[in-house]
Design a protein around this ligand. Structure first.
Ligand code: PLP
Length: 407
């Protein structure tokens, strides 16, 4: 079926709903789901040309699939990049990036506050193959600058971070990277392109866990890497073909449909998060509240400038009762608040329309030592709430159940 040509210069909200490959001959309005491992070739000579990359056309779903292409095109439009590759998970996207860019003897500078599996992948797995990584402060650009070596190829950041919502200056890090002849990659999971487009601030690569806000309803594991057509074609597609970090068509379709409501969800969930954070700050049983949308956040001004004036939907806070310096007491209090909720889900995922609540010190950050946790600022009294779409009064009441009954 002939496609209605979309006009140029559409707004992001329109692109999020409309960008996709051409409709099939049946004229479906919702994008088709192509659940097929391979594609029939019209003849042997065409097959040969397509396998050699001399002619466009689908051959095998490990390399490409129209549903995955739709998801990639839509996300690339939202991030403002030329191209995108969908991957089986967020970690697979980071793996793909490292495989495509790094070799033994290369050096990476990474924030020490990024997702825990990212640190383990870089320091552990890639360390095994002779890639050296230096972990530096999330917020102190001077430390990134000081870590630069002649063999530095990549700077990797994530902003805001989990669970303390620390914000780094993407533009400043891009300047450090480019002066060193290196690339800057940003994990844009927490803001999504609805709030923050790292490429506009100078980043070269954007990483996504599609599992979080892009899907938005906690249904699938998915990921993506967005960048220039040149880097995708030359560095990342060859790795994709041989390594099979492939995003399944079904999961791509779920994320594709999720992106249609991304912007509206991000704004509504961020509004809820700001209201919850403001309320938490006024509670006597709450110590510090970590949320970029609050005036009290150390990088509030930078966050507002970098994130379209919106704080995102993740709020963390310290429970304060009894002796908060005693880790045993602090943990007991945090567990009481978590276990008293009747609406929030006790689960470590985020980016869902259902509000989730976790105790980072015993879950996402449970595998590091108490000293490392203290250094990272993640105390036993800390609770993370990834705010969803429930009514804000119900969420406040849900947290008040535990806060009001602390002993
Ligand atoms: C969840 C997450 C990842 C990993 O994504 P998966 O889809 O679980 O592999 C990477 N970075 C951040 C910031 C995340 O929250």
């Amino acid at each position: 079926m002939t496609k209605k040509q979309l006009p140029d210069h559409l707004h992001l909200d329109t692109l999020a709903v409309r960008t996709a490959v051409d409709k099939s001959q049946y004229g479906e309005n919702s994008e088709a789901l192509y659940l097929t491992s391979s594609f029939i070739q019209p003849d042997a000579a065409t097959a040969a040309r397509r396998f050699a990359g001399e002619e466009e056309g689908y051959t095998y779903s490990r390399f490409s699939n129209p549903t995955v292409t739709s998801m990639e095109q839509r996300l690339a439009k939202l991030e403002g990049t030329e191209a995108c590759i969908g991957t089986s998970s967020g970690m697979a996207a980071i793996m793909l990036m490292c495989m495509g860019l790094l070799k033994a003897g290369d050096h990476v500078i990474c924030s020490q506050s990024v997702f825990g599996s990212t640190i383990r992948l870089l320091a552990g797995e890639f360390g095994k193959f002779g890639v050296q990584s230096t972990f530096v402060s999330q917020t102190d650009v001077a430390q990134w600058q000081a870590a630069v070596q002649p063999n530095t190829r990549l700077l990797f950041a994530e902003t805001p971070t989990n669970p303390l919502t620390e914000v780094c200056d993407i533009q400043a890090l891009a300047d450090v990277a480019h002066a060193a002849g290196a690339l800057l990659a940003v994990d844009n999971c927490f803001c999504s392109p609805a709030l923050q487009q790292p490429v506009k601030l100078g980043a070269d690569i954007v990483i996504h866990s599609g599992t979080k806000y892009l899907d938005g309803q906690g249904r699938v594991i998915a990921g993506a890497l967005c960048s220039t057509k040149k880097l995708i074609d030359e560095k990342f597609m060859p790795v994709m073909r041989s390594c099979g970090l492939t995003l399944s068509a079904f999961n791509a379709w779920v994320v594709l449909k999720g992106m249609e409501t991304l912007s509206i969800r991000m704004r509504a969930q961020s509004d809820n998060a700001l209201a919850l954070a403001t309320w938490l700050e006024a509670q006597p049983q709450v110590g510090r509240v970590y949320y970029p949308g609050l005036q009290s956040h150390p990088q509030h001004a930078l966050a507002m400038q970098q994130q379209s004036g919106v704080g995102g939907a993740v709020v963390s806070f310290d429970v304060k009762a009894g002796d908060p310096a005693d880790p045993v007491v602090a943990r007991k209090n945090a567990f009481h608040v978590i276990d008293s909720t009747q609406v929030c889900s006790i689960t470590s995922n985020l980016g869902d329309t259902k509000t989730t609540i976790t105790h980072p010190a015993s879950t996402s950050h449970g595998r590091i030592t108490e000293a490392q946790r203290q250094a990272a600022g993640i105390g036993q009294g800390l609770i993370r709430v990834a705010v969803g779409l429930e009514n804000i009064e119900d969420l406040k009441a849900d947290l008040a159940r535990g806060l009001d009954t602390l002993t």
